[in-house]
Design a protein around this ligand. Structure first.
Ligand SMILES: [Zn+2]
Length: 169
């Protein structure tokens, strides 16, 4: 937990999760909404998304560097190719990861006994915070907020029974 007004939470390679107090305080998150964020970050850790991403980025970098060397381009060309790779391909990987973390995280929080409908209210709060000025860091690498809320709503019939079963035990 980092005491900061920033609206962010993330998972580092190796699975350490950083949660900023600003996310809880400024968006006035409920326990259920915090559980949805935690479920999302725990899913990144369980699926080792950051390790996947680091190795994909490293593999791409060395492929680009090798290509540039073979064709006699300088390091400048390799750098430009690297930047292009980052903006075109890496973003798409991370969006796939984000969708997976949303799906898996919602299931984890429901199984832990937290109402998964909080996923909808969480993202509505995020959208509201996003509407004025710069978007929260947590949102920046993300699928559009609307498609995200839609995905969560589509998942509710699957995860609500898990939540209800967890509450009965
Ligand atoms: Zn994420």
């Amino acid at each position: 937990m980092i005491n900061s007004s920033e609206l962010n939470a993330f998972c580092m390679p190796g699975g350490k999760i950083i949660f900023y107090s600003g996310l809880i305080r400024q968006l006035n998150l409920t326990d259920e909404e915090i559980a949805v964020v935690m479920g999302h970050e725990i899913s990144h850790a369980l699926r080792e998304h950051s390790r996947e991403q680091v190795s994909q980025a490293l593999a791409a970098q060395s492929a680009i560097g090798l290509g540039a060397a073979l064709f006699g381009f300088g390091q400048g060309a390799a750098d430009i190719a690297g930047v292009l790779y980052q903006s075109l391909v890496a973003t798409r990987f991370s969006r796939t990861d984000e969708n997976e973390a949303d799906r898996m995280g919602l299931e984890l929080s429901a199984r832990a006994g937290y109402d998964p409908r909080a996923g909808v209210t969480l993202w509505q709060k995020m959208i509201k915070a996003n509407s004025g000025g710069s978007p929260p860091v947590f949102l920046s690498s993300h699928p559009t907020e609307a498609s995200r809320v839609q995905q969560i709503e589509e998942l509710l019939p699957t995860v609500l029974p898990l939540y209800k079963a967890a509450r009965r035990d």
